[in-house]
Ligand binder design. Sequence first.
Ligand code: FAD
Length: 452
Amino acid sequence: MLSIPKLADDFKGRVISPDDPDYEQARRVFLGSIDRRPALIVRVADATDVARVIALARDTGMELAVRSGGHSGAGHGVSEGGIVLDLAGMKGLEIDVEGRTAWAETGLTAGEYTIAAGEHGLATGFGDTGSVGIGGITLGGGIGFLVRKYGMTIDDLLAAEVVTADGETLRVDAETHPDLFWALRGGGGNFGVATRFQFRLHELSTIVGGPLFLPADPDVIEGFVAAAEAAPDELSTIANVMPAPPMPFLPPEHHGKLVVMGLMAYAGEPEEGERVLAPFRALAEPVADLVRPITYPEIYPPEDPDYRPIAVTRTSLTNRGVDRQTGETILERIQESSAMMAVTQIRALGGAMARVPDGATAFAHRQSRLMVNVAALCERPEDLAEHTDWVAGLSAELSDGDGGAYVGFLADEGEERVHAAYPGATWDRLAQVKARYDPDNLFRLNQNVYPA
Ligand SMILES: Cc1cc2nc3c(=O)[nH]c(=O)nc-3n(C[C@H](O)[C@H](O)[C@H](O)COP(=O)(O)OP(=O)(O)OC[C@H]3O[C@@H](n4cnc5c(N)ncnc54)[C@H](O)[C@@H]3O)c2cc1C
């Protein structure tokens, strides 16, 4: 039996046990369907605390969950009956404005980092949501609003500090522990706890960005994806085909009708941006057009901290394009769904992301044309099963049969899908690095690569 008061003395950070008034809040993760009760949560203060939590997990054999922003699609940020190592208290950030680099502690969210860097007119690309932790998104790869211009988040990762399963703190970069540095860039939380990342920063104060709502029909869907793929690298887009939410800036007659919500981000000269965006605006009379010059951090609007969606999702990376027929399929299937909200998200990839060779990092899908995520949101966790077949069915219809998956968007889908994220040689190499740095698979509550 763990003695919590005695344990608390061992840590600089905070130990939260089930009788703590903050326990209910502290065990929550982003997904509303995850309801796990860990034996204790340690909100670590530094790498020494991290090493102590790792030792505690090792000595007790208790399951260890490592949490940065808590957005894992499998709820891996919390354990049932085990220990949660919560990095949320570690938010240090040192920006070297002249050198255009930053050392960031992994309790920061993408939004917090972006606001702080934005004060210097600098940016590193993360994903589409500000509340996602830089820990999880970076280790998974990071595909966001700058992916075509500057590549994935891992393409801007210069170094990391990692506490390994034996409690040692390693400084990792292209020269020091290059095998581990390769694995960290896409291999997820398998290899240790990253306490700090060093990122490259880009000069980027303003972009032309925001949501563009178009009425959804097969031609608009086909045209949107074609324009997104043909656009210069400065433009990254995310197209969500979905029923229009009842947002105040959308005319009430469109609420519930299918739209393409295009999230646009043009990282270049505003005038050129207007020209590049013109073909999207010409696809149909926009339902709402909120695309305008903004500061880069404005790409992350404020979020409701109590929003905890319940969803079934399926991610795929595909080389199949989107033609009119595909657009028709998407619209038909969404109309057939009984979910509270059914969405198909299409992200055009390419650009800087595709110029990094396949084997350079543990992200194995550099040449994929599109990332397609299908999701069904519902009101209660017990309704999830009802939508699983729908999500899998549409995802299969839209994929190219190759079955590639993005680890960052995997839910709890079994080993086969982890292999889909890490096919062939990538898996083999990851398993070897795992055997070297975590031979006993202490870090297993993740999209697990077990040791070779
Ligand atoms: C609403 C939403 C939007 C998203 N949008 C995007 C997007 O646009 N682009 C994209 O690429 N991804 C996106 N994602 C996926 C996201 O990147 C992953 O779910 C990521 O793992 C979340 O990171 P986190 O730190 O918030 O989650 P957590 O649940 O805290 O962590 C997830 C896992 O990562 C590992 N981990 C986290 N931090 C560390 C650390 N410091 N050291 C070691 N292991 C660690 C652990 O294994 C942990 O279980 C999105 C997810 C959500 C829910």
